[in-house]
Write a protein that binds this ligand. Sequence first.
Ligand code: ZN
Length: 181
Amino acid sequence: MILKVARLGFPSLRTEASPVPADRIKSKEFQRLIDDMIETMYEYNGVGLAAPQVHLPIQLAVLEVHDHPRYPDMPEVPLTVLINPVVTILDRTLVEEWEGCLSVPDLRGRVPRFKHLRVTALGRDAEMAEIVASDFHARVIQHETDHLKGEVYLDRMPDMRALGFLQEWQRFMLKPEKQEE
Ligand SMILES: [Zn+2]
Protein backbone atom coordinates (compact mmCIF):
# COMPACT_ATOMS: atom_id res chain seq x y z
CA MET A 1 0.00 0.00 0.00
CA ILE A 2 1.33 3.44 -0.90
CA LEU A 3 1.47 5.66 2.17
CA LYS A 4 0.81 9.37 2.37
CA VAL A 5 4.05 11.34 2.68
CA ALA A 6 4.21 14.00 5.40
CA ARG A 7 5.43 17.42 4.36
CA LEU A 8 7.57 19.84 6.35
CA GLY A 9 5.47 21.25 9.16
CA PHE A 10 3.94 17.92 10.16
CA PRO A 11 5.12 17.25 13.76
CA SER A 12 6.66 13.79 13.14
CA LEU A 13 9.28 15.43 10.90
CA ARG A 14 10.44 17.53 13.85
CA THR A 15 10.21 14.86 16.56
CA GLU A 16 13.04 12.67 17.80
CA ALA A 17 11.94 9.18 16.76
CA SER A 18 11.59 6.40 19.34
CA PRO A 19 13.48 3.11 19.09
CA VAL A 20 11.48 0.13 17.81
CA PRO A 21 11.19 -2.68 20.38
CA ALA A 22 13.09 -5.62 18.85
CA ASP A 23 10.25 -8.05 19.54
CA ARG A 24 7.90 -5.94 17.43
CA ILE A 25 9.99 -6.19 14.26
CA LYS A 26 8.86 -9.65 13.17
CA SER A 27 5.17 -8.96 13.71
CA LYS A 28 2.98 -9.07 10.62
CA GLU A 29 1.92 -5.48 11.13
CA PHE A 30 5.52 -4.16 11.30
CA GLN A 31 6.64 -6.25 8.31
CA ARG A 32 3.74 -4.79 6.34
CA LEU A 33 4.80 -1.29 7.35
CA ILE A 34 8.30 -2.00 5.98
CA ASP A 35 6.80 -3.28 2.70
CA ASP A 36 4.54 -0.24 2.46
CA MET A 37 7.46 2.12 3.03
CA ILE A 38 9.49 0.39 0.28
CA GLU A 39 6.50 0.61 -2.08
CA THR A 40 6.03 4.30 -1.21
CA MET A 41 9.74 5.02 -1.79
CA TYR A 42 9.49 3.38 -5.24
CA GLU A 43 6.25 5.18 -6.13
CA TYR A 44 7.71 8.62 -5.47
CA ASN A 45 11.19 7.85 -6.83
CA GLY A 46 12.87 8.40 -3.49
CA VAL A 47 16.31 6.98 -2.73
CA GLY A 48 15.21 6.61 0.86
CA LEU A 49 12.24 7.04 3.15
CA ALA A 50 12.16 7.39 6.93
CA ALA A 51 9.16 6.52 9.12
CA PRO A 52 8.68 10.14 10.28
CA GLN A 53 8.00 10.91 6.60
CA VAL A 54 4.97 8.63 6.76
CA HIS A 55 3.76 10.27 9.98
CA LEU A 56 5.36 7.74 12.37
CA PRO A 57 8.00 8.97 14.87
CA ILE A 58 9.84 5.62 15.08
CA GLN A 59 13.43 4.70 14.18
CA LEU A 60 12.86 2.97 10.85
CA ALA A 61 14.16 3.92 7.41
CA VAL A 62 14.47 2.22 4.01
CA LEU A 63 16.84 3.10 1.20
CA GLU A 64 17.75 1.90 -2.27
CA VAL A 65 19.38 3.36 -5.38
CA HIS A 66 18.90 1.34 -8.55
CA ASP A 67 18.69 2.87 -12.05
CA HIS A 68 17.39 5.96 -10.43
CA PRO A 69 15.74 8.58 -12.70
CA ARG A 70 16.62 11.44 -10.33
CA TYR A 71 20.22 10.27 -9.78
CA PRO A 72 21.24 8.46 -13.00
CA ASP A 73 24.96 8.93 -12.42
CA MET A 74 25.02 7.79 -8.83
CA PRO A 75 26.37 4.41 -7.75
CA GLU A 76 23.78 1.81 -6.81
CA VAL A 77 22.82 1.25 -3.20
CA PRO A 78 21.20 -2.09 -2.34
CA LEU A 79 17.77 -2.18 -0.69
CA THR A 80 18.42 -1.67 3.00
CA VAL A 81 16.13 -1.56 6.03
CA LEU A 82 17.56 0.33 9.01
CA ILE A 83 15.89 -0.07 12.41
CA ASN A 84 17.32 1.76 15.44
CA PRO A 85 20.43 2.79 13.47
CA VAL A 86 23.59 4.09 15.16
CA VAL A 87 25.94 6.04 12.88
CA THR A 88 29.68 6.39 13.51
CA ILE A 89 31.50 8.86 11.26
CA LEU A 90 34.77 7.35 9.99
CA ASP A 91 35.97 10.27 7.89
CA ARG A 92 34.82 13.78 8.79
CA THR A 93 35.81 15.23 5.42
CA LEU A 94 32.78 17.14 4.14
CA VAL A 95 31.54 16.56 0.60
CA GLU A 96 28.96 18.95 -0.90
CA GLU A 97 26.24 17.71 -3.23
CA TRP A 98 22.64 18.52 -4.14
CA GLU A 99 19.83 16.89 -2.18
CA GLY A 100 16.09 16.79 -2.30
CA CYS A 101 13.49 15.33 0.02
CA LEU A 102 9.99 13.96 -0.54
CA SER A 103 8.86 15.91 2.54
CA VAL A 104 10.25 19.17 1.12
CA PRO A 105 8.83 18.78 -2.40
CA ASP A 106 10.18 20.46 -5.53
CA LEU A 107 13.31 21.91 -3.91
CA ARG A 108 17.01 21.10 -4.21
CA GLY A 109 19.73 22.33 -1.92
CA ARG A 110 23.45 21.92 -1.60
CA VAL A 111 24.36 20.02 1.55
CA PRO A 112 27.74 19.07 3.04
CA ARG A 113 27.88 15.50 4.34
CA PHE A 114 30.59 13.39 5.94
CA LYS A 115 32.46 11.23 3.47
CA HIS A 116 32.65 7.89 5.20
CA LEU A 117 30.67 6.21 7.98
CA ARG A 118 29.60 3.00 9.61
CA VAL A 119 26.02 2.29 10.57
CA THR A 120 24.86 -0.51 12.81
CA ALA A 121 21.16 -1.27 12.80
CA LEU A 122 18.64 -4.05 13.09
CA GLY A 123 17.36 -5.35 9.77
CA ARG A 124 13.85 -6.56 8.99
CA ASP A 125 14.89 -10.00 10.28
CA ALA A 126 15.59 -8.30 13.67
CA GLU A 127 19.29 -9.23 13.31
CA MET A 128 22.02 -6.64 13.90
CA ALA A 129 23.86 -5.67 10.73
CA GLU A 130 26.74 -3.34 10.01
CA ILE A 131 27.19 -1.29 6.85
CA VAL A 132 30.24 0.76 5.92
CA ALA A 133 29.43 3.40 3.31
CA SER A 134 31.10 6.33 1.61
CA ASP A 135 30.19 9.28 -0.61
CA PHE A 136 26.66 9.07 -2.09
CA HIS A 137 25.75 5.95 -0.09
CA ALA A 138 26.95 7.65 3.11
CA ARG A 139 24.97 10.77 2.10
CA VAL A 140 21.71 8.84 1.78
CA ILE A 141 22.28 7.21 5.19
CA GLN A 142 22.97 10.61 6.80
CA HIS A 143 19.88 12.13 5.17
CA GLU A 144 17.61 9.30 6.35
CA THR A 145 19.05 8.99 9.87
CA ASP A 146 18.72 12.78 10.26
CA HIS A 147 14.97 12.30 9.75
CA LEU A 148 15.00 10.00 12.81
CA LYS A 149 16.43 12.88 14.86
CA GLY A 150 13.76 15.29 13.62
CA GLU A 151 16.15 16.99 11.22
CA VAL A 152 15.89 17.71 7.49
CA TYR A 153 18.56 18.59 4.95
CA LEU A 154 17.70 22.30 5.13
CA ASP A 155 19.08 22.30 8.69
CA ARG A 156 22.47 21.15 7.33
CA MET A 157 22.78 23.83 4.67
CA PRO A 158 25.45 26.42 5.47
CA ASP A 159 24.20 28.73 2.69
CA MET A 160 20.49 28.99 1.95
CA ARG A 161 21.31 30.73 -1.33
CA ALA A 162 22.15 27.23 -2.58
CA LEU A 163 18.44 26.31 -2.44
CA GLY A 164 16.17 26.43 -5.45
CA PHE A 165 13.03 25.03 -7.00
CA LEU A 166 13.63 21.95 -9.13
CA GLN A 167 12.91 23.60 -12.47
CA GLU A 168 15.05 26.68 -11.80
CA TRP A 169 17.74 24.50 -10.22
CA GLN A 170 17.97 22.45 -13.42
CA ARG A 171 18.19 25.58 -15.55
CA PHE A 172 20.43 27.86 -13.51
CA MET A 173 22.04 26.15 -10.54
CA LEU A 174 23.29 22.75 -11.70
CA LYS A 175 26.87 22.98 -12.90
CA PRO A 176 27.16 22.99 -16.73
CA GLU A 177 29.42 19.91 -16.77
CA LYS A 178 26.77 17.99 -14.86
CA GLN A 179 24.01 19.02 -17.29
CA GLU A 180 25.97 17.54 -20.16
CA GLU A 181 26.30 14.14 -18.53
ZN1 ZN B 1 14.15 13.35 3.29
